[in-house]
Design a protein around this ligand. Structure first.
Ligand SMILES: CC(C)(COP(=O)(O)OP(=O)(O)OC[C@H]1O[C@@H](n2cnc3c(N)ncnc32)[C@H](O)[C@@H]1OP(=O)(O)O)[C@@H](O)C(=O)NCCC(=O)NCCS
Length: 182
């Protein structure tokens, strides 16, 4: 499988059907889903549908969430990546949003930050994106901490389908002068 990004400890590549069991382990965990709709998956079939959707995004947009594989073990530990939005959200249209999700047993090891640094570099340098956005539940402190470490600015809390949601942005110019090491 083609390696899209390589960092010190991680490889990023497209998600494939063989990742189904790893994604199921991650997405059936209620703690992982606490701040993302709180609706963990119940069957591997739901995961297959997600992979079908991601493959469509890869084909249409050239990019989407990518598998994060730990080099040491070759395990798919979660995903990280840029989603292209062609529908309006919080008065923005046609933009890229950074997202990440990892198996609970791999939290607290710096993998979200490390994979995101690789992705943001790719987005700003290879895709020449001017601004990358991120959204999170205001109570999701782990995610907000990652965004702050990456240099994102909190802009505002907006109403996302009835739920208060925090909106962050990172400018290419900020990344160029303040990119974190890890
Ligand atoms: C959000 C989420 C990805 C954050 O993951 P995380 O593991 O806490 O984030 P990081 O990769 O930044 O790692 C955090 C810690 O690892 C520690 N760490 C350990 N070893 C490290 C290393 N070698 N290098 C860097 N950091 C390391 C860091 O000290 C850091 O803690 P600190 O920020 O207090 O210093 C994770 O909680 C998750 O998957 N949540 C469920 C899904 C979700 O909510 N996604 C976001 C939706 S908006």
């Amino acid at each position: 499988m083609k390696v899209l990004i390589e960092t010190e400890r991680l490889i990023l590549r497209k998600l494939e059907y063989i990742d189904g069991n790893d994604l199921f382990e991650m997405d059936s965990d209620p703690e992982v889903h606490l701040y993302i709709e709180n609706n963990p998956v119940k069957s591997i079939d739901e995961i297959r549908k997600v992979i079908v959707m991601l493959k469509k995004q890869y084909a249409e947009n050239g990019i989407a969430r990518w598998a994060v594989v730990e080099k040491l073990t070759n395990e798919c530990i979660g995903w990280s990546g840029l989603k292209y939005f062609d529908q309006p959200l919080n008065n923005h249209n046609n933009f890229y949003e950074l997202g990440y999700r990892f198996k609970k047993k791999h939290w607290g090891k710096g993998f979200a930050t490390e994979s995101s640094i690789g992705i943001l570099d790719y987005g700003f340098k290879n895709l020449n994106i001017d601004k990358i956005y991120a959204i999170t539940d205001p109570k999701n402190l782990n995610s907000k901490k990652v965004l702050t470490k990456l240099g994102f600015d909190f802009i505002e809390t907006f109403d996302y389908e009835g739920d208060p949601t925090d909106w962050f942005e990172l400018k290419k110019t900020t990344w160029e002068c303040k990119k974190p090491n890890r």
